[in-house]
Design a binder for this molecule. Structure first.
Ligand SMILES: Nc1ncnc2c1ncn2[C@@H]1O[C@H](COP(=O)(O)OP(=O)(O)O)[C@@H](O)[C@H]1O
Ligand SMILES: [Mg+2]
Length: 312
């Protein structure tokens, strides 16, 4: 059984200039304990997808279609009371910019107490100390306010809060992007350690495919709101099938050119007036006539991957 099953998810934002189709027809399954990395350029719909999983999309955004199946319930259709029960306990978020996600006027310990109280769960100082220890922090951190902690420490507190109720799914939206490279790796290692301990599945959003490769079992590549490729890490690096995935991998700094991000050519399309055909076609070196008129369907590949490309 899947820990999470996303079926044909579409999310739209009503804007003054029209409807932005931020996520279109995204489907994926997550096995218990599995780590899925979602990558793609800025604006490709990663955060929108991640927040949708917890039904945290706020107006002018809305889930236009699809199912988000978790624990026998559909998050896309859950009532407000069901959502309150599920969030934190079944599916938890480590938000983008988690550095500012903590309540500045409460000690860290009080934020755990609030979480336990909201879910009628057993808490107390020993449990908080245990959670802090699991992310490499001392029990004294419970007495401190967020502003007394470094960025990396705040991030660790956010992770400890996310696992406090032992959710089946953890969604982490670029949890380390504001931190330096060494701290990033330490935090991701911590996230893996605690995720394994509680057996949670993880959706990790990031734009760094290199970092993602060290963390994820499978990688999903998003482009213009669509999941254009989804495959095990080994396969996606050994044989990227979508030309956009290939571009992302080629843009990674090679050995000996540490930290040189080459960037990629061209601009993603407008989400307001979607072109007919494949959204990547205008940037694609191997586009055929068909690509300009027909949206590629998802094709299942040998080895379990899938790709949305006429040419792959
Ligand atoms: N609050 C919003 N209002 C209007 N449009 C939005 C809003 N949030 C996101 N979008 C639209 O959704 C697209 C995807 O955004 P997002 O999911 O944040 O991308 P990513 O996380 O990959 O950078 C944006 O390019 C924009 O068109
Ligand atoms: Mg984002």
């Amino acid at each position: 059984m899947s820990a999470l099953s996303v079926r044909n998810l579409s999310v739209e934002f009503a804007t003054a200039r029209g409807t932005a189709r931020a996520v279109q027809n995204v489907s994926f399954d997550l096995a218990p304990g599995e780590r899925l990395g979602l990558v793609g350029e800025s604006g490709s719909g990663k955060t929108t997808t991640a927040l949708s999983l917890l039904r945290l999309i706020r107006p002018p955004g809305r889930i236009a279609a699809g199912e988000i199946l978790l624990d026998g319930a559909d998050m896309a259709r859950a009532t407000a009371a069901e959502l309150r029960r599920m969030r934190g306990a079944r599916i938890a978020l480590v938000p983008q910019g988690a550095m500012n996600a903590l309540n500045p006027v409460l000690t860290c310990g009080a934020q755990f107490d609030d979480l336990f109280a909201a879910h009628g769960a057993a808490g107390g100082a020993p449990r908080v100390g245990e959670l802090l220890a699991s992310v490499g922090l001392g029990a004294e951190v419970a007495e401190l306010y967020p502003h007394q902690l470094s960025g990396g420490m705040k991030q660790r507190v956010c992770i400890a809060l996310a696992i406090a109720l032992r959710p089946a799914v953890i969604v982490a939206d670029e949890p380390t992007s504001a931190l330096d490279v060494i701290v990033q790796k330490q935090i991701l290692k911590t996230l893996i350690a605690v995720q394994r301990e509680i057996g949670a599945a993880v959706v990790l959003v990031g734009h760094d495919m290199g970092l993602m490769a060290q963390f994820a079992h499978r990688i999903g590549v998003m482009y213009a709101g669509r999941l254009v490729e989804l495959a095990p890490v080994r396969d996606i690096f050994a044989r990227p099938r979508h030309p956009y995935t290939r571009m992302l991998i080629d843009s990674l700094p090679g050995f000996g050119e540490r930290g040189v991000f080459k960037g990629i050519q061209g601009q993603p399309p407008s989400l307001l007036t979607p072109l007919p055909g494949c959204p990547f076609a205008p940037r694609c070196a191997i586009a055929m006539a068909r690509c300009g008129v027909e949206v590629p369907e998802t094709r299942i590949l040998e080895g379990g991957g899938e790709v949305r490309c006429h040419a792959a």
